[in-house]
Design a protein around this ligand. Structure first.
Ligand SMILES: Nc1ncnc2c1ncn2[C@@H]1O[C@H](COP(=O)(O)OP(=O)(O)O)[C@@H](O)[C@H]1O
Ligand SMILES: [Mg+2]
Length: 281
């Protein structure tokens, strides 16, 4: 009887009822067989779900990308068409069309570059060029380079970076992208004039960087959604010429370094927190 039940169940599983399990009876070889089949059935279900999720994500990515790429391209074609048909009154109008075509082409290049970076980093065999660097020194340098830009944008920087040597293993070029995106985001999305806080500290075996800026309200209720690709908050924020890929790329880079990046919103402050392991030989 039990053998018959097992055999029927295997048939069902083979015909697509993944995840289906057989009731466990007795305590002999058949029981063991049934347990193994249950395990296999669950595993198959998980693998199948995983594949399906990846497939959905890929489709969604393609849909989003096509839409984002089409927008500047449509406008480039439109303006080129005007020029081709000679539909302009004077040299100035001609020049204006060219300017638009040029800036839309740059936008297109930017989108393609970001997308390329994102897919490259998502591949399972991405390699980092790791070297030992002093995080405090590196951040001092980058923040220093950004200070004139912050000031021009009416953000006054309050930085607290302890002057001790904080060794970390990093792919500098990639990690600099993360910092640049955080700083550019602070410029694009904070209330102005206001303060920008940049704080680095070493706690036990972790280096913790916190970048905080003021915003009127949180961009979304669950601010960790911001790390999802193409997520750009509400409509008003979508006019900033970003791609919504910056934080998704950053998260991937930080995770490749065995670090964590997260966001939190507290009383008008948007905080981005980045943690990585300190490197001790
Ligand atoms: N410092 C910040 N303050 C407030 N909102 C932010 C900040 N950084 C990011 N955001 C929100 O998160 C979204 C995603 O950021 P990001 O992935 O870098 O994309 P992008 O900069 O291309 O819009 C932004 O569109 C914005 O709504
Ligand atoms: Mg950004």
């Amino acid at each position: 009887m039990y053998l018959k039940l097992i055999s029927e169940s295997v048939n069902h599983i083979a015909n697509g009822k993944l995840g289906m399990t057989i009731g466990i009876e007795g305590k002999d070889e058949l029981t063991q067989l049934a347990q193994n089949i249950n395990y296999m059935s669950k595993e198959l279900e998980n693998k199948f779900e995983y594949e399906r999720r990846i497939e959905n994500e890929k489709n969604e990515l393609i849909t989003n990308v096509s839409h984002d790429l089409r927008t500047p391209l449509t406008s480039i074609i439109g303006y080129l068409d005007l020029l081709k048909k000679g539909q302009y009154d004077n040299k100035l109008q001609y020049q204006e069309c060219l300017e638009i075509i040029y800036s839309k082409s740059q936008r297109l290049k930017y989108l393609i570059d970001e997308l390329f970076e994102y897919t490259r980093l998502s591949s399972p065999d991405v390699k980092l060029k790791l070297s030992e660097v002093d995080l405090a020194g590196l951040l001092e340098q980058i923040v220093g380079e950004y200070i004139p830009i912050f000031e021009k944008e009416q953000l006054s920087v309050q930085k607290s970076i302890r002057e001790e040597y904080i060794p970390v293993l990093m792919d500098v070029e990639k990690m600099v992208r993360v910092y640049e995106n955080l700083f550019m985001n602070a410029i694009k999305f904070s209330l102005k004039p206001s303060e920008l806080h940049i704080k680095l500290e070493a706690k036990r075996n972790k280096a913790i960087l916190k970048v905080s800026n003021k915003t009127e309200k949180p961009p979304v209720n669950d601010v960790n959604k911001l790390f999802e690709r193409f997520f750009r908050g509400d409509k008003a924020r979508r006019n900033n010429h970003g791609t919504g890929l910056g934080l998704a790329i950053s998260k991937r880079i930080v995770e490749l370094h065995d670090g964590i990046i997260c966001a939190e919103y507290k009383e008008g402050w948007m905080n981005f927190i980045l943690e990585y392991p300190i490197y001790r030989k």
